[in-house]
Design a protein around this ligand. Structure first.
Ligand code: ADP
Ligand code: ZN
Ligand code: MG
Length: 480
């Protein structure tokens, strides 16, 4: 039997508010253990939470940016469970009336654009962190609890089981990350755990409409981990099913070192959590005006921006998709164009030399030693004919380590393109004299032979001759 994978993601996205969701403690990452704590986030008796308004604002904006309906009446609930990183023994979350429902985002797949439905987005508090003396709880003599993260605001973004492969799941999670970055509600630093996913995977016979039994892998915090975990789990389930077995609904953990998922516990159901309304927080009531205001404050979103680049600049859908893949990259592009660069050249340079150099040094575009203004100026020099595109590569390389403007670099290094006919003519004559075979080939009808001659002239001028001019001069002389 042929099986298809069915995948749904619960993405946890840490919000970049200054303070926690129900108290005034700071949210910053990397502080000394248990320094961002107070009686509220430590869950001491007798304290009362107050909702951070910013969290509601960010949640509504996230809902609007993912085409959700906003629930104008929403409330918090207690999700009860026991674990040492959860001092109250319940997590304040949302259950039956989440802030946003029924959204969607579009992703690019091998078979074109695909719409992934969002079930809901809800607000909740993060738990603390166990700090083991060993590498995991089993091989540790002691474990400390760090409550700094307790009460850091999270959005949980739940997808319908619309994803069909590891690649689609990755693309979907990247899209969510991009949108959250654009609307500026999260730092989305996966290495700091700002964005992590619980991944639900099941298999079913191709053509079947019913869902198979799923397993869930919690807290996956890298794109690679996401893909690897799904691929492993799909294969594991396929083998079980092909052997005539059945899948046990359970929570599994992804072990990146061993490259496999391991059973942790049988999966809990909603009733195990004894959800109950949170009595210490009032319901969240939002008005149409408030929602409209938040909608107005949203920036241009990735899909719209991509379309604009296609329409205004004639970029291909693919190129526009890459450029708008992060807000930083989209803004860099706009700044390169604003600095006077041709848009298509700007896109080519960004996806070519710039991307290559950034990747090689593992830098983000914000850390690029060549900023948008200088790249724009350099591309301007190509368009003006001051430098050839070949020389531009040298200039770019120079700019990578030298903060000077491209004009200065071109001048200092003597890289100005030779556009003086008489200067090129002498070299053209030399090359014609020294390359009898190519000349005869050309004259004998093989017009392509001119390429070798152009190459020779370029070599002799160390790339500085204007190639169009060389072509023209050569053709004149050979045909004349
Ligand atoms: P929880 O996992 O917290 O109990 P849900 O039952 O709402 O919550 O499911 C959460 C996620 O699991 C959703 O993203 C949903 O799309 C996905 N999901 C549910 N059933 C399946 C299934 N049979 N196969 C794959 N994913 C599933
Ligand atoms: Zn606190
Ligand atoms: Mg789940």
């Amino acid at each position: 039997m042929k099986y298809e994978a069915v995948i749904g993601l619960e993405i946890h996205c840490e919000l970049k508010t200054k303070t926690k969701i129900f108290c005034g403690c700071a949210t910053g990452f990397g502080a000394d253990q248990n320094t961002h704590v107070c009686p509220v986030c430590l869950g001491l008796p007798g304290v009362l939470p107050t909702i951070n308004k910013r969290v509601v604002e960010f949640a509504i904006k996230a809902g609007l940016a993912t085409n959700c309906e906003i629930n104008k009446y929403s409330k918090f609930d207690r999700k009860n469970y026991y674990y040492p990183d959860l001092p109250k023994n319940w997590q304040t979350s949302q259950y039956d009336l989440p802030i946003a429902i029924h959204g969607w985002v579009d992703i690019d797949t091998e078979d074109g654009r695909k719409r992934i439905r969002l079930t809901r987005i809800h607000m909740e508090e993060d738990a603390g962190k166990l700090v083991h003396s060993g590498t995991n709880i089993k091989n540790s003599l002691t474990s400390n609890v760090d409550y700094n993260r307790t009460g850091v605001p999270l959005l949980e973004i739940v997808s319908e089981p619309d994803l069909r492969s590891a690649e689609e799941a990755r693309t979907y999670m990247e899209k969510i990350k991009t949108i959250m970055q654009y609307i500026d509600v999260s730092n989305c630093r996966m290495e700091e755990g700002n964005l992590r996913a619980d991944v639900n995977v099941s298999l079913r016979p191709v053509g079947s409409e019913t869902l198979g039994t799923r397993t869930e892998m919690k807290n996956i915090n890298s794109f690679k981990g996401l893909e690897d975990a799904i691929n492993y789990e799909v294969e594991r389930q396929r083998e079980v099913l092909e052997d005539g077995g059945h899948i046990v609904q359970e929570t599994r953990t992804w072990d990146p070192e061993r490259g496999m998922t391991l059973s942790m516990r049988s999966k809990e159901n909603a009733h195990d959590y004894r959800y109950m309304p949170e009595p210490d927080l009032p319901p969240i009531v939002t008005t149409d005006e408030q929602i409209a205001k938040y909608r107005d404050e949203l920036p241009e979103l990735p899909d719209a921006r991509r379309e604009r680049l296609e329409k205004d600049y004639g970029l291909s859908d693919y190129d526009a998709g890459i450029i708008t893949g992060s807000r930083a990259s989209a803004e860099y592009f706009d700044a390169v164009v604003a600095a006077g660069a041709d848009a298509k050249l700007a896109a080519n340079w960004m996806m070519g030399d710039l991307a290559k150099n950034l990747n090689a040094e593992n830098l983000t575009i914000e850390q690029s030693p060549v900023d948008a203004k200088r790249l724009g100026a350099m591309i301007g020099l190509i368009s003006k004919g001051t430098i050839s595109s070949k020389i531009a590569k040298k200039v770019f390389k120079e700019m990578w380590t030298c903060p000077d403007d491209p004009e200065k670099i071109v001048k200092d290094k003597g890289l100005v393109q030779i556009t003086d006919t008489s200067a090129i003519e002498g070299i053209v004559d030399e090359v014609i004299a020294a390359n009898e075979k190519a000349v005869n080939d050309y004259k004998g009808g093989n017009k392509k032979a001119i390429g070798a001659l152009v190459g020779q002239v370029m070599k002799k001028t160390r790339g500085k001759a204007n190639p169009q001019m060389v072509n023209k001069l050569l053709a004149q002389k050979l045909n004349g």
